[in-house]
Design a protein around this ligand. Structure first.
Ligand SMILES: [Zn+2]
Length: 72
């Protein structure tokens, strides 16, 4: 029974729509414009060049940046 309290305090929040990771101060997702975010995400994927990334295509990512792999 020792869950670290850090768990919910992530440096970023994830856009529920496109999984883009943004700072907590951001009100809107710079990627898709959504204002719905989640702290319940895990895994980070960094897309540098979406045009050359198979993962980016798979996830439908069109913009370079940090993305969450999974959102609960
Ligand atoms: Zn988004």
């Amino acid at each position: 029974m020792c869950m670290p309290s850090e768990r919910s305090k992530k440096p970023f929040k994830a856009c529920i729509k496109c999984k883009f990771l943004v700072n907590h101060e951001e009100q809107r997702c710079p990627n898709c414009g959504s204002d719905t975010f989640s702290d319940e995400w895990s895994g980070v994927i960094i897309i540098l060049d979406p045009a050359k990334s198979e993962i980016a295509k798979m996830l439908g990512i069109g913009r370079p940046g940090r993305y969450a792999l999974r959102i609960r």
